[in-house]
Design a protein around this ligand. Sequence first.
Ligand SMILES: Cc1cc2nc3c(=O)[nH]c(=O)nc-3n(C[C@H](O)[C@H](O)[C@H](O)COP(=O)(O)O)c2cc1C
Length: 269
Amino acid sequence: MDNQTITLLNSRRSLRSFSDREIEEHVKQAIKATTLRAPTAGNMILYSVVEVTSQSIKDELAVLCDNQPMIAKAPMVWVFLADMTKWINYYHESNSVKTGRSEGLQWRQIGMGDFLLSMSDAIIAAQTAVIAAEAYGLGSCYIGDVYENYEKTSTLLDLPPHTAIATMVIFGYPKDGFGSKSAQSLRPPTDYVFMENRYLEPHLPQLLQAYSRQEEQMRNQKRLPFNNTGTISDYYYFRKHQSPFMEEMNRSAKVMVDRWLHPDVPTDV
Ligand SMILES: Cc1cc2nc3c(=O)[nH]c(=O)nc-3n(C[C@H](O)[C@H](O)[C@H](O)COP(=O)(O)O)c2cc1C
């Protein structure tokens, strides 16, 4: 199908090295406006975005996010937050809570449902921003390592307990046009991901088949350093699953979720 949107979606790939070109204010504003058109639960926009413009904060984030210097060099750094704080404040400060109390309604604690809806909103907004940016000729890269070092990052960005970190995306123009971007990474076939009616648990024969093209590509690129099974399983098991950064991410994410569920400052005052 010859369609510009489909072509854009099919040609997107992560960009990790940016030109020094500043992102024009009108382009930034246009990306923001399109981001706000993303679907959001009940139209409540349960997210906020902190744009990091301070070089010193970018530098600190680069270290806190598993030492990725590209973060410090990125022209635009957006941290997407799952945000219930604004609604908690609105409920209280507009006297909705007080009125509810006079009608016998007790304050409901903010829970995991609120967390998941806010996270969904923030991540859908992030991907909308990624695609909008791509349409303006920018490249981008998600930074999952922003889930590490929660205590330091939340202090750095002044985050209250009900503004959890959903994701971070770095943006910028490619150095020499999009031709300089790395080759598109391969994906498994669609029927490995899309199932009918029920979950179909994949085991070794299906997994080998699903990842055979990627394994071949990585073998050719000499990116499969382990000879145990010679599969992509080794790559992800040793490089990601068993890595210190995943250990830290799981620790840090638990602190973030615990703080959301049990904030140090009560929300029912
Ligand atoms: C949730 C998430 C977290 C990611 N975290 C990082 C990261 O910390 N550093 C990085 O270089 N790339 C990161 N990426 C980019 C992925 O590595 C990339 O999307 C993947 O390899 C597929 O490549 P493509 O985006 O070019 O198709 C992340 C992507 C997602 C969706």
